[in-house]
Design a protein around this ligand. Structure first.
Ligand SMILES: Cc1cc2nc3c(=O)[nH]c(=O)nc-3n(C[C@H](O)[C@H](O)[C@H](O)COP(=O)(O)OP(=O)(O)OC[C@H]3O[C@@H](n4cnc5c(N)ncnc54)[C@H](O)[C@@H]3O)c2cc1C
Length: 384
């Protein structure tokens, strides 16, 4: 694996891995059990420059590439899925739109504090009636003098209640074809009329906050429109393409964690007087996990590399996310199977890996939506 990565990326990977194992691993269990957001750890990784890895230096980031970002998210996810999701949502979804569509003034005011790790970001697209079909957005924004007034609600937003800056989509009118005209807005947490509602009680990723955003006459100045009016839909499609690389990387990290746990267990747990890894049924599970994880990693790296080359990466990112997330669910499930009853109880971390991995098949476009994206591109049929 090292042969494939440039030296700079290997150094970043090893640094993140060492940090995760020494400073983060010991505090995971208490945060997960108490469903506590890891404020201190997030602050610390911000100081280390890991909350803006692929963002240019003049926009507050580390100025590294997407491959470096994918490598870092994998290493974070390999130890703690919740932290991986916090970082991925902040970077791809919070910082990403400001980098892609922000003016110089918006970038200086909002992106620099976020990418330099001082302010956490979040992205609100999903609503109760608009999940896979984001065109069904009901949240509205109407112009009032020099301001925009937002009304509505967002659901399932990562970093809700923890972020200082929210990028949200809202309907600003109708297109000539009668579809919703969607625009993006920068909403600082202290905006009057904006509040965070219920936080979700989730299957996994217990230390990451997922919650509702409420807009009740929330007033932001005209300069908080992000990109052109009506460009919000196009912007978020591009953002989701990039975000899929990081969710793919998170999925690979969780799958690798499952393999890392399964190997020593299979070597040391004995039944019938032999290590269980010597039974072909168990050994083949490990062989499949290791093969699929390596394939998933290569797809994620390839999509990151294409993005870094300025080439079309949408298809590759959807393929990487689809494959990696399904590998992640299979591998984490297999790790429980290999641990037998011990895998089903919380003494071992593999049950957490499985609960966390499931999200990667849902967030940033479900597996079915990835298949739609891929099929549209491969078949080149608009009607799918
Ligand atoms: C932990 C967590 C964190 C999240 N973080 C964020 C965030 O930060 N920001 C944000 O905006 N959103 C976030 N989401 C929302 C997430 O992106 C949505 O849950 C996801 O896009 C699916 O939408 P939905 O839940 O409404 O499901 P639905 O769209 O209702 O889908 C239900 C089922 O129908 C299937 N389906 C829907 N349409 C089709 C179709 N055309 N063809 C085939 N099958 C279809 C889906 O694949 C799925 O299996 C998060 C969700 C979770 C659980």
């Amino acid at each position: 694996m090292d042969l494939d990565l440039p030296a700079e990326h290997v150094l970043l990977r090893d640094t993140v891995r060492a940090f995760m194992l020494t400073e983060v691993a010991p505090v995971i269990e208490v945060h997960e059990r108490e469903r506590r957001f890891p404020t201190d750890i997030v602050r610390r990784i911000g100081e280390l420059g890991w909350l803006g890895i692929p963002i240019p230096e003049d926009e507050g980031g580390a100025g590294l590439d997407t491959l470096a970002y994918a490598v870092a998210v994998e290493e974070i996810g390999r130890v703690w899925g919740s932290l991986g999701l916090i970082v991925a949502a902040h970077t791809s979804l919070g910082c990403g739109p400001l980098h892609l569509a922000g003016t110089h003034e918006q970038q200086q005011a909002y992106l620099v504090p976020m990418a330099s790790g001082r302010v956490l970001g979040a992205y609100g697209l999903t609503e109760s009636g608009a999940g896979s079909d984001a065109g069904g957005t009901r949240t509205t924004a109407r112009r009032d003098g020099t301001d925009w007034i937002l009304d509505g609600a967002k659901r399932f937003i990562t970093n809700a209640g923890q972020a200082g800056t929210y990028i949200v989509t809202a309907k600003t009118g109708e297109t000539a074809k009668g579809a919703a005209e969607i625009s993006a807005f920068i909403v600082p947490a202290e905006t009057p009329g904006f509040s965070v509602g219920r936080l979700e009680d989730k299957l996994g990723l217990h230390a990451s906050a997922t919650g509702e955003l409420r807009f009740e006459g929330a007033r932001v100045p005209a300069e908080n429109l992000l990109g052109a009016q009506g460009a919000g839909f196009r912007t978020f499609l591009k953002i989701l393409d990039g975000g899929r690389i990081s969710i793919g990387a998170l999925a690979v990290g969780l799958a690798q964690a499952a393999l890392d746990a399964a190997i020593p267990y299979a070597r040391t747990r004995e039944q019938f007087g032999r290590p269980i890894g010597s039974f072909q049924g168990v050994a083949f599970m490990i062989a499949d996990m290791s093969t699929e994880i390596e394939a998933a990693r290569q797809l994620v790296w390839r999509s990151a590399w294409l993005k870094d080359q300025g080439r079309d990466f949408g298809l590759a990112a959807a393929q990487a996310k689809l494959f990696a997330s399904e590998v992640s669910s299979r591998a984490t499930n297999a790790a429980i199977q290999i641990h037998g009853g011990y895998g089903y109880v919380t003494d071992y971390p593999v049950e957490r890996f499985m609960r966390d991995a499931k999200l990667t098949e849902i967030g940033e476009g479900t597996s079915e939506i990835q298949r739609l994206v891929i099929a549209r591109r491969v078949l080149d049929l608009r009607v799918i």
